[in-house]
Design a protein around this ligand. Structure first.
Ligand SMILES: [Zn+2]
Length: 355
């Protein structure tokens, strides 16, 4: 189990390294106990790479932070909706984070490579390099002019989340709420619908995580690509707005798409609580449920490393073999584990990127 590499649907490592308050000065190239991913720990955990998100958080001047916007209710919590952010700011920060990834590649001594094709991911896995897929979490990262998608693609962008959990010019993200349906607001705007078509034209993955349910169905009606949620779980097991209902999962299955299981404890636990003392079994339960619903070929991982609290028995990227061992104990054989760990991601990316 220790030799199976993992391609992962989501990490927030670029932003974590960028924000001094979070990174506390850590380097990607030195082993640290801060955050979840650095090169030494990635190697210990057989991390083969995955989606490196560029995410622009709300600023203090918006008067909104997740901590200040949360209220606890009898059965869970509710985070007051984050306001939209200025696309100029988002575009500028996304540019800085994308440059940071290029710098990691340049300074890695060929140990990390930004990949643009599924073939390149396979080469990286063979050669023991980290395969980094450039992902924008929120289409406001394209800046004021959506025509910039072409330019972003030229610069390596291969995956685009229409929204984070807030509205933008294209769509509406789900506010964090537990318990809650993901049906929290209107569907895609006209600009959002044309952006999906542009992504199809270029072969950019449209990520459905954080998108509300009406937006999800709008994308399902437009896109020619498999439906993919890079970091979301099963709503039937953890009824947060961020997870996918059975009907959404059926659509993912019918499109031959994919769900990346999110390790964030608040999207795993039945009670939605932010408690790291959450057993590995809760990840296994979501994998079981999703495999049952969408099939063994359509489930993978979407850790949310460096962006969320994860179960302490995973701890950080070096703990990935613990998860594979738990799945093995739960009855998954080696060929199934390889599908969950990386083969499914490669299949869906090859189809989406039309190689
Ligand atoms: Zn996210």
């Amino acid at each position: 189990m220790d030799t199976i590499p993992v391609i992962d649907g989501h990490n927030d490592t670029l932003l974590h390294l960028h924000l001094p308050g979070r990174s506390k000065g850590r380097s990607f190239f030195e082993r640290s106990n801060v955050g979840h991913i650095d090169l030494p720990r990635a190697r210990e955990g057989n991390f083969g790479g995955g989606f490196f998100a560029c995410f622009a958080p709300n600023r203090q001047s918006d008067g909104w932070t997740e901590e200040s916007a949360i209220t606890y209710t009898e059965s869970g919590y509710e985070v007051a909706g984050a306001p939209p952010i200025d696309p100029s700011y988002a575009g500028a920060l996304a540019g800085i984070l994308a440059k940071r990834l290029s710098r990691l590649e340049a300074e890695s001594g060929s140990r990390l490579e930004i990949v643009r094709t599924a073939g390149e991911i396979e080469t990286c896995l063979r050669e023991g390099k980290i395969a980094a897929i450039l992902h924008f979490e929120g289409a406001e990262n394209l800046g004021k002019d959506p025509g910039l998608l072409d330019e972003a693609y030229e610069n390596g962008l291969r995956s685009l989340g229409l929204v984070w959990s807030r509205p933008n010019a294209y769509a509406h993200g789900v506010p964090f709420k537990f318990p809650s349906s993901p049906d929290t607001g209107p569907g895609l705007t006209e600009a959002g619908k044309s952006l999906v078509r542009e992504c199809n034209r270029l072969g950019v993955l449209v990520d459905l995580s954080h998108l509300n349910e009406r937006g999800f169905w709008d994308v399902a009606g437009i896109t020619e690509a498999p439906l993919v949620a890079t970091h979301s779980n099963a709503h039937a097991l953890c009824p947060t707005s961020r997870n996918l209902t059975d009907e959404q999962l059926d659509a993912v299955r019918d499109s031959d798409g994919m769900v990346g299981v999110n390790f964030a404890v608040s999207f795993l636990r039945e009670d939605g609580r932010e408690d790291e003392d959450t057993p590995l079994g809760s990840v296994v339960r979501h994998v079981d449920y999703l495999v049952d619903r969408v099939g063994i070929d359509r489930v993978g991982f979407g850790s949310d490393f460096d962006g969320a609290k994860v179960p302490k028995d995973i701890g950080d990227v070096s703990g990935l073999p613990n998860l594979l061992a738990a799945l093995h104990d739960a009855g998954y054989d080696e060929s199934e584990l390889r599908k969950l760990a990386y083969e499914n991601w490669i299949r869906v990316l090859r189809a989406t990127w039309r190689e």
